[in-house]
Ligand binder design. Structure first.
Ligand code: B12
Length: 483
C-alpha cells in the first residue's frame, strides 16, 4: 500500500491579528501541542510526518504553500480554531490555486463543534475531524479511497457532492496509549508563553497532563468531553524529566481542562514531583477552579513547585455566575484567593465582561470585585459566545448572534478596535464594550497599591522591563481615551 506523507499545519495568524497592535507584545506563541500529539502518534505507527508551525516561524500563507509544494506532501492536516477560521480558509484556497491536489483535513475545536458547516464554508477542504485527532489522522493516512473513509469514526467528508458525517469516535480512554507530543518536530526555541505566566524570562513549555472536564460552564466548548482522563503519574514525571534534560527548562506550564478536578490525582502528582526532586529543579504554573482547591492541597502544590495559579473568576455578580452555570459563589472565590495567597502562590484572575444580560452596574461590579480579591494579574476579556457552547446555542435561539464572520470572534476586541463583535448585551453598545476592556485594565493596574505589590515580585531587570512595558500600554490607552 502506498504510504501517505503527512504535513500538519498551524495556520499563519500573527500576534497582531490576535491581540491588536498594543497588546501583541504580551501574547503567547505557544507550541501547537494538538498537532504535536498527532505527529507523535503517526511517527509511532510509522507514517511519515512533519509539522509547519507558521506563527512560530513567522511564515505567511504563501510561504506555507511553497513549503508544501516543495515537499510534495500527500496529506495536509490543518488545525482550526474559530478565531483562525479565515486564515485556514485562505490557506486552503491558496493550496488549491497552487495546483496542489493532496487531501486537506481540518481538525481542532472549530471543526469539532461545526464539522459540516466548516466543510460548507471551506470548499477546498475535504475532511473535517471531530474530536481527538491521533487515531483519526492515522486512519485517514491509511485510507486509499472514499469507500475507506466510510469506516473512519469521527470525520465528516464529501461524498458525491454531499457532506457525510460518520459516527463520533469515542474519546481515547487510556491517554498513555498516545506517545508524548513530538516536540522534536517543533521549533522549540521560538515559543513564549503569555508574559504574566512566566517567572523571569526563561523558557516555559507546556505539558498536558489530562483531558476532559465534568463542569458545565455555558461559555466553554468542552471539546474533550466530560470525563476527566489523565496520563499516569510515571508518564507525566518522565515527560517533565525529558523536558529538563532536552531543553534545560527551569519552569513548566501544566495544562489540563481542569487540573484540580480529581484531588487524588493532583495529590499523587505533587507527591511524585517532590519524591523525584523535580520540585527542586523547576517551578510550575497551572489553571484551576476555586471550588476544587483547599488549604492542604495548595500547600502541597506549593511544596511541589507551583508558584502561580490562574483562576477563572469570570464575574463579580452572583446572578451572572449562576446564569453562566459556573457552579461557584463569590464567597468561594474570595476564600480560595485567600488560601492561595496564604500558601505563597501568586494568582492570575480571568474576568469576562459583557456577559449575556450584563448591565453597566454589573460590569462595574466585576471590576470592583477584581480589585477587592486582588490577584497579582487580572485579565479582562470581552465575552465571545463560541459556536457549540450552550451560551452560543441560547443566544442564537434568541436571535442575538450579530455576526457569523468568525474572524470577529476574538475576546481582545477592545484592543483591536473592532467595529463588529459577535454579541452585545441588550441595551449596551459596541463602543461601550470595546472601551470596557481597557477601562477595567486601567482601573485594576493603575493603582498605587499595585506598584508596590509588583515591585515586591521583581526578581530581575527583565521583570522590571516587562512591568514597565505594560504600564506604558495602559497609560497610552488612558491618553487615547481623553483625546
Ligand atoms: C491551553 C489553551 C490555550 C493556550 C495555548 C494553546 C496551545 N498550546 O495551542 C493559550 C492560552 C495560548 C490559548 C489561546 C487561545 N485560546 Co485556548 N485553549 C487552551 C485549552 C485549555 C487547551 C488546548 C490544548 O492544548 N489542548 C490539548 C490538545 C491535545 O488538544 P487540541 O489542540 O484541541 O488538539 C486535539 C484535537 O482538537 C485534534 N486536532 C487539533 N488539530 C487538528 C488538526 C487535524 C488535521 C486533525 C485531524 C485533528 C486536530 O486532535 C488533537 C489531538 O487529540 C483549550 C480547551 C480545550 N480543551 O481544548 C482552549 C481552547 C482551544 N481555546 C480557545 C480559544 C477561544 C482561545 C483564544 C482564541 C482565546 C483568545 N481570544 O485569545 C486563543 C487563540 C490562540 C490561537 N492560536 O489563535 C477555545 C477555542 C474555541 C473555538 N471554538 O475555537 C478553547 C476550546 C476553549 C473554549 N473556550 O472552549 N489557549
Amino acid at each position: 500500500m502506498h504510504k501517505q506523507s503527512v504535513v500538519l499545519v498551524n495556520p499563519p495568524v500573527t500576534l497582531e491579528d490576535r491581540y491588536g497592535k498594543d497588546m501583541q507584545q504580551f501574547g503567547a506563541v505557544s507550541e501547537p501541542l494538538g498537532l504535536a500529539y498527532i505527529a507523535g502518534y503517526l511517527e509511532k505507527v510509522d507514517i511519515p510526518v512533519r509539522i509547519i508551525d507558521a506563527p512560530a516561524e513567522g511564515m505567511t500563507a504563501e510561504m506555507v504553500v511553497a513549503d508544501i509544494q516543495g515537499n510534495a506532501d500527500t496529506l495536509i492536516g490543518i488545525n482550526i480554531l474559530t478565531t483562525t477560521f479565515s486564515a485556514v480558509r485562505d490557506l486552503a484556497r491558496r493550496i488549491r490555486s497552487a495546483g496542489i491536489r493532496s487531501r486537506i483535513v481540518l481538525g481542532g475545536p472549530h471543526s469539532t463543534v461545526l464539522p459540516e458547516r466548516t466543510l460548507e464554508e471551506i470548499p477546498h477542504a475535504d475532511i473535517a475531524c471531530i474530536g481527538e485527532g491521533e487515531f483519526t489522522m492515522a486512519a485517514i493516512a491509511g485510507s486509499q479511497s472514499e469507500a475507506d473513509l466510510e469506516n473512519i469514526e469521527g470525520i465528516c467528508f464529501r461524498s458525491n457532492g454531499k457532506i457525510k458525517r460518520n459516527p463520533d469516535r469515542p474519546f481515547v480512554r487510556e491517554l498513555d496509549q498516545i506517545p508524548p507530543p513530538a516536540r522534536h518536530m517543533l521549533p522549540m526555541d521560538k515559543y513564549r508563553l503569555t508574559a504574566s505566566r512566566v517567572a523571569g524570562d526563561s523558557f516555559c513549555p507546556t505539558i498536558i497532563v489530562a483531558r476532559g472536564c465534568p463542569f458545565k460552564c455555558s461559555y466553554c466548548s468542552r471539546t474533550f468531553g466530560r470525563t476527566f482522563r489523565a496520563h499516569s503519574i510515571p508518564r507525566i514525571v518522565a515527560e517533565i524529566e525529558s523536558l529538563i534534560t532536552k531543553y534545560q527548562i527551569q519552569q513548566v506550564n501544566i495544562e489540563a481542562d481542569t487540573l484540580t478536578v480529581k484531588k487524588t490525582f493532583l495529590h499523587d502528582l505533587c507527591q511524585a514531583l517532590i519524591k523525584n526532586g523535580i520540585n527542586r529543579q523547576i517551578k510550575w504554573t497551572c489553571e484551576s477552579r476555586v471550588d476544587t482547591v483547599d488549604a492542604g492541597l495548595l500547600r502541597l502544590m506549593r511544596e511541589a513547585g507551583c508558584w502561580q495559579i490562574s483562576y477563572g473568576v469570570e464575574t463579580g455578580s452572583q446572578r451572572l455566575l449562576d446564569l453562566i452555570n459556573k457552579g461557584v459563589t463569590l464567597e468561594q472565590v474570595e476564600h480560595a484567593f485567600e488560601l492561595t495567597k496564604q500558601a505563597g502562590i501568586t494568582i492570575r484572575g480571568f474576568f469576562m465582561l459583557g456577559l449575556p444580560t450584563e448591565t453597566a452596574e454589573e460590569s462595574q461590579a466585576t471590576i470592583d470585585f477584581a480589585k477587592k480579591i486582588d490577584p497579582l494579574w487580572a485579565q479582562f476579556t470581552i465575552t465571545v459566545p463560541y459556536p457549540g457552547t450552550p451560551m452560543f446555542i441560547d443566544l442564537e435561539r434568541k436571535g442575538q448572534i450579530r455576526t457569523y464572520d468568525w474572524s470577529r470572534y476574538n475576546t481582545w476586541s477592545g484592543w483591536k478596535g473592532e467595529d463588529e463583535i459577535p454579541f452585545v448585551p441588550e441595551g449596551r453598545s459596541i463602543e461601550e464594550l470595546a472601551s470596557l476592556q481597557k477601562k477595567a485594565l486601567r482601573a485594576f493596574y493603575l493603582r498605587p497599591a499595585i506598584v508596590v505589590k509588583f515591585l515586591r515580585t521583581v526578581r530581575s531587570p527583565h521583570d522590571l522591563l516587562k512591568y514597565f512595558r505594560g504600564f506604558i500600554v495602559l497609560v497610552k490607552s488612558a491618553i487615547q481615551r481623553q483625546r
